[in-house]
Each structure stands twice: as structure tokens, then as C-alpha cells.
Design a protein around this ligand. Structure first.
Ligand SMILES: NC(=O)c1ccc[n+]([C@@H]2O[C@H](COP(=O)([O-])OP(=O)(O)OC[C@H]3O[C@@H](n4cnc5c(N)ncnc54)[C@H](OP(=O)(O)O)[C@@H]3O)[C@@H](O)[C@H]2O)c1
Length: 170
């Protein structure tokens, strides 16, 4: 698909969780090509080195040279402090020139996929996965809705689809 055939997402503030690898890294690259100059991409995950390498890559891309801003926020989204650092960076990056906010809730853990179901006997361990995959996603969305002017387009790549796109419900 040529760049002229792609949808134009306008001047956007995009917050992409789990941007250090996998789907999140790919989504960040794709979004960088779909937004207008002056847009901001906030990349967050725990691995700072991986985030920085993507930041360098995007800064050197056509979009980066045209005025896309990229900011890394290394954070553990299973922790309140991690959520708050993403919210603070998003609030600081927002300006009256931003047309809309796009939140890509992608960070998640499947746990140790080599294990059999019969080994998941520890409730605290199972809860830690659910906390990252469900609770942190919901709380980050809620905190961003409080911190930034509406509307926020929230997209969840997780398998818990009931938490997917529903800005109006908030
Ligand atoms: N792969 C599939 O076949 C598939 C299919 C359907 C849906 N999905 C969904 O797509 C999403 C991404 O899948 P993927 O295969 O790309 O997964 P992945 O390669 O394991 O990437 C997960 C991302 O989440 C981040 N992350 C994990 N724990 C974190 C934490 N505590 N705090 C902050 N960031 C954290 C990881 O970065 P750090 O380790 O650097 O923190 C990484 O960037 C998931 O929501 C998954 O459920 C995947």
C-alpha cells in the first residue's frame, strides 16, 4: 500500500504499551507512518534499551524527519508508579495542536506457556498475570481519560475483548 492510500490519522498523541517488541513495536512503526507531523508517539514497556532503539529508528525515518516526536517511558505497567509515569508523560506531551489521543493497550503477559494448566495452583501468581492483562489496562485507560481531554480512542490488543474500544462507555 502506498503512503497516499493509507488512512491519515491527523495530528495525534499515540500511547503504545508493550512497544519494546512484538505487536506493539510493529504498531508503533505503522502509526508513525499514519500520523501527521507534530504528532507524538509515547512508547512504553520495561526494556529501556529496546524502546531506545525504536526511538532512534523512528527519529531517523521519513516521519521522524518530518516532525514526528517520539518519547520513551520505561515503566512496569503492573505497578501504580509505572502507570503514573505514562500518564504524566502523556499529559506533558499533550497540547492544543493535538487532534486526538490514541491509546494502544498492548502490553501483556501470557505467563510461562511451556507449563501445563495443572501447575497453576498459586492464586497470587495467576492474579499477577490478570493484574497486568486486565487491571492495569483498565486503570491506565481511566487515568488517561481523567488526565486528558476527550475523546480518547482506546484499542486493546489483548484477548480480553470486553475491554476493547469503548470510549463512550467511560
Ligand atoms: N502473539 C499472538 O499470537 C497474539 C494473538 C492475539 C493477541 N495477542 C495480544 O497481543 C499483545 C502483544 O502480543 P505479543 O505477542 O507482541 O507479546 P510479547 O512479544 O510478549 O510482547 C509483550 C509486550 O508487553 C510488554 N510487557 C510485558 N510485561 C510488562 C509490564 N509488566 N509492564 C510493561 N510492559 C510489559 C513487553 O515489554 P517488556 O518485556 O520490555 O516490558 C512487550 O513489549 C498481547 O496483548 C497479546 O495478548 C497476541
Amino acid at each position: 500500500m502506498s503512503s497516499s492510500q493509507r488512512t491519515d490519522l491527523g495530528r495525534a498523541l499515540c500511547i503504545i504499551t508493550g512497544a519494546s517488541r512484538g505487536f506493539g513495536r510493529t504498531v508503533a512503526r505503522e502509526l508513525s507512518r499514519l500520523v501527521k507531523p507534530g504528532s507524538v508517539l509515547i512508547l512504553t514497556a520495561r526494556s529501556e534499551e529496546n524502546l531506545r532503539s525504536l526511538e532512534v529508528e523512528l527519529a531517523g525515518s521519513e516521519a521522524g524527519k518530518s516532525g514526528l516526536l517520539v518519547q520513551c517511558v520505561p515503566a512496569d505497567l503492573a505497578q501504580m508508579a509505572g502507570l503514573q509515569s505514562v500518564v504524566s508523560a502523556s499529559r506533558a506531551a499533550f497540547s492544543e495542536h493535538i487532534d486526538h489521543v490514541i491509546l494502544v493497550n498492548n502490553a501483556a503477559s501470557l505467563g510461562d506457556v511451556s507449563r501445563f494448566t495443572s501447575s497453576f495452583t498459586d492464586m497470587a501468581e495467576v492474579d499477577s498475570y490478570l493484574s497486568l492483562n486486565v487491571t492495569s489496562c483498565l486503570c491506565l485507560t481511566a487515568r488517561l481519560l481523567q488526565a486528558l481531554p476527550p475523546p480518547i480512542r482506546a484499542l486493546s490488543l489483548r484477548r480480553q475483548h470486553h475491554l476493547a474500544v469503548r470510549p463512550a462507555a467511560f
